[in-house]
Structures are given as C-alpha cells and as structure tokens.
Design a protein around this ligand. Structure first.
Ligand SMILES: NC(=O)c1ccc[n+]([C@@H]2O[C@H](COP(=O)([O-])OP(=O)(O)OC[C@H]3O[C@@H](n4cnc5c(N)ncnc54)[C@H](O)[C@@H]3O)[C@@H](O)[C@H]2O)c1
Length: 248
C-alpha cells in the first residue's frame, strides 16, 4: 500500500521500539519522516535507512526544542500531516509512595507535557485532514500496582486525546493507541534488566488472552490505520492494542 505518499510525518521516540516501527511503517508507505528522539545517534541510524527522512534531536518535554523540531520539519518537508507523539518513559516499578517527587514530575513532563507541546506547535502547520496520534497505554485504562504514576500519565494522554479531538474537529483528527506490555527499551527503563525475568514475563502473558506480548509492528499497524483514510471518521479514539488484556 502507498497510503502516505506526499505526507510529512513526525514520529517522536523513533530511535527504538514502537517509534522505530512507526517511522519505518510510514516510510514504507511513501511518507517523508522526521525521526525525532533524545538519542540523536539512534535517530540517525533509523533515518539513514529510510528513503526520505531526517533525524532530529529533541527532549519532548522541552518547549524550545519542540519549536525547533517543528522548524526543522517545515524546512525539510514544508508541512506536517501526521504527528506521532510516541516518546514516553516508565519509572522503575515500585509502590507509588516510594517514588521520588522529582522523578514523578520528570515522567509527567515527558509523557504528558510533550503531547500538549506537540499539539501546540504542530497544529498551526497542519492542513485539513491532518492527524495527531499519541502512544498511551492499556495501563491508562486498567492500572495495576507498581506503575501507578506512569499509568496516571497515560490516563492523562487519553483525556488529552479526547479533549483535543473535540477542539480540533473537523479539521484534524486526534487519537491514541493503548498498547499492552512489549519487549522494547521500556522493559529496561522499568526494571533495569535488559530482558524481562522469564517468570515475570510468563505471568504477564498469562494475563493476555491472545497469549503473547505486543510487538512494535502491532503498534505501528494501529498508528498507520488511525492516520489513514480508512479511519477518516475516527477521532477521540483510544485504541487498545492489548490482545484482550483489559477485558478481564
Ligand atoms: N513497551 C511497552 O511495554 C509499552 C506499553 C505501553 C505503552 N508504551 C509506550 O510506548 C512508547 C514508546 O516506548 P517503547 O516501548 O518503544 O520504549 P523504548 O524505550 O524502546 O523507546 C522509547 C524511545 O523514546 C526516547 N525517549 C525517551 N525519553 C525521551 C525524551 N524526553 N524526548 C525524546 N525522546 C525520548 C528513547 O530514547 C527511545 O528511543 C512510550 O510512550 C511508552 O510509554 C510502551
């Protein structure tokens, strides 16, 4: 398919995990892609492998750097059709009362402030039919112990999505994706271990009716669908990519 020919797409957190798969998916279907990440070297590796792409360094919590990312996109591709506000971080899994307040604030800035900033600075450059898609989490709908502040940040992403959808309709659609656990860099940030403990992984999978964790391709497919014409009447949707995890 070539659903995104002549489209300009920003993907944050695109140096690894979901963001990398999202950037590659849009590029495969003809888009020009801004591969944006705090890890510039990683972003360059991804961008260099795509036909029409630039790498941009950004801390998504930073207002000035968000403006610079928008300027770089306009300079390279002239417009912004799709914004994928995907960058986000968990915190080390622990009970909420043991979390440092400064870590709470920083995580909220990366996960929530970033969506506000991306919308604030991208929307003025977006044409009719544009689309904003964020990465929330199934934990934003169905929180479980250990990641309470993180899950609250993703709940905020879902509410921002629904509120923005109403504010920006009918010109721009705003949706988000709610993935279940996936073996990305996220695991490392959350646990400090490169690979999830096999016993923990077994219990995670036991809670997912489809019998496996999500893959970056599962999440990228949802982004491509939500940005496509097939989703032209969908706005304010928080699409579960969770193999049924949130049902039980
Ligand atoms: N993997 C999971 O289990 C899971 C489940 C649900 C939701 N999510 C969400 O998916 C999104 C992508 O995470 P992932 O799983 O691909 O993890 P990942 O660690 O592989 O990728 C995250 C990327 O974001 C970048 N990043 C981190 N902080 C940044 C900042 N301040 N500014 C710009 N870039 C920054 C990292 O360098 C990295 O490239 C996040 O929003 C995460 O919360 C992940």
């Amino acid at each position: 398919m070539n659903r995104f020919v002549n489209k300009s797409v920003i993907v944050t957190g695109a140096a690894s995990g979901f963001g990398k798969a999202i950037a590659e998916g849009f590029a495969r279907e003809g888009a020009s892609v801004v591969v944006a990440d705090v890890d510039l070297d990683g972003a360059r590796v991804v961008a260099d492998a795509l036909p029409k792409a630039i790498a941009v360094r950004i801390d998504v919590a930073d207002e000035a750097q968000t403006r610079e990312m928008v300027d770089a996109t306009i300079a390279a591709f002239g417009k912004i059709d799709v914004v994928c506000a995907n960058a986000g971080v968990p915190h080390r899994a622990k009970r909420m009362i043991y979390m440092d307040t400064a870590d709470f604030d920083r995580m909220f800035a990366i996960n929530v402030r970033s969506v506000f900033l991306a919308a604030k600075y991208c929307v003025p450059h977006m044409p009719e039919g544009g689309s904003i898609i964020s990465t929330a989490s199934i934990g934003g709908k169905r929180p479980r112990p250990g990641l309470t502040p993180y899950n609250a940040s993703k709940g905020a992403v879902i509410t921002l999505t629904r509120g923005l959808a109403v504010e920006l309709a009918p010109k721009i659609r705003v949706n988000c994706v709610c993935p279940v656990s996936s073996a990305t860099g996220f695991d490392y940030t959350m646990s400090g271990q490169r690979e999830m403990n096999p016993e923990v992984e077994k219990s995670v999978i036991a809670g997912i009716p489809m019998g496996r964790r999500a893959t970056p391709a599962d999440v990228a497919d949802a982004f491509l669908f939500l940005a496509s014409d097939e989703a032209k009447f969908l706005t304010g949707v928080a699409l579960d990519v969770d193999g049924g995890r949130s049902i039980q």
